[in-house]
Design a protein around this ligand. Structure first.
Ligand SMILES: CC(C)(COP(=O)(O)OP(=O)(O)OC[C@H]1O[C@@H](n2cnc3c(N)ncnc32)[C@H](O)[C@@H]1OP(=O)(O)O)[C@@H](O)C(=O)NCCC(=O)NCCS
Length: 178
């Protein structure tokens, strides 16, 4: 299902839910972020088998209203995704956790902002979430800025909660009400 289609410069951008045939593109996407040493929660490349299993389970979770994943396509190639996953505990089923990543060549032209907005709207509409939280490394200035602009506020930090690229970093927790 296509949620949004628009043009930036000469690029056609499509935002949509993922399908099983996206597996190779999605693996390439996450592995390019890992290779770059981006400030994300993964630091080891994933295999195609792992990605297939993850995508199969994720599509099931989307159908069961436990998750939304919005993919960004640029000129027909998947270049990024944003996911929000409902908490598992009985007492926090109204809360979701957000994650986002875009390949380098697709950054800085507003796709991240549009992806987050669309994922938040879907999480509210489809999952009925009331609160979204996320974790961002203290070193990730672009990430912190975009989240603040989207209405997230820092509510805590775990000092040295991250060991990434041979350095300890603070893990910042941000939340936004929907
Ligand atoms: C964080 C990320 C999702 C942002 O997406 P994006 O599409 O590049 O961001 P946008 O183009 O929508 O820009 C959002 C804001 O960040 C600013 N920004 C984007 N790239 C920037 C850069 N290289 N330097 C400075 N500011 C930048 C923009 O100016 C914009 O601010 P504005 O609205 O005041 O102009 C993307 O950079 C990314 O995937 N990074 C690597 C993975 C990552 O860090 N994920 C988050 C983990 S918590």
């Amino acid at each position: 299902m296509i949620l949004k289609k628009y043009k930036i410069f000469d690029k056609i951008i499509i935002l949509r839910y993922p399908k099983p045939t996206d597996v190779q593109d999605m693996m390439n996407m996450i592995n390019s972020l890992v290779k770059e040493g981006a400030d994300i929660a993964k630091s080891k490349p994933v295999t195609i088998q792992e990605e297939k299993l993850w995508l199969r389970n994720s599509i099931m979770s989307i159908k069961n209203k436990e998750k939304v994943i919005i993919l960004a396509e640029m000129n027909g190639v998947c270049v990024g995704s944003c996911e929000i996953t409902r908490d598992n505990y009985d007492v926090s089923r109204h809360v979701g956790t957000l994650g986002i990543g875009l390949v380098k060549s697709a950054r800085g032209i507003g796709i991240g902002t549009t992806l987050i907005k669309t994922a938040l709207a879907e999480a509210k509409k489809r999952l009925g979430l009331r609160l979204v939280k996320l974790y961002v490394f203290d070193t990730n200035n672009i990430g912190k800025n975009i989240y603040t602009e989207m209405g997230f506020s820092e509510i805590g930090r775990i000092p040295k909660g991250i060991y990434h690229n041979k350095k300890y970093k603070d893990d910042i927790i941000m939340v936004k009400s929907l």
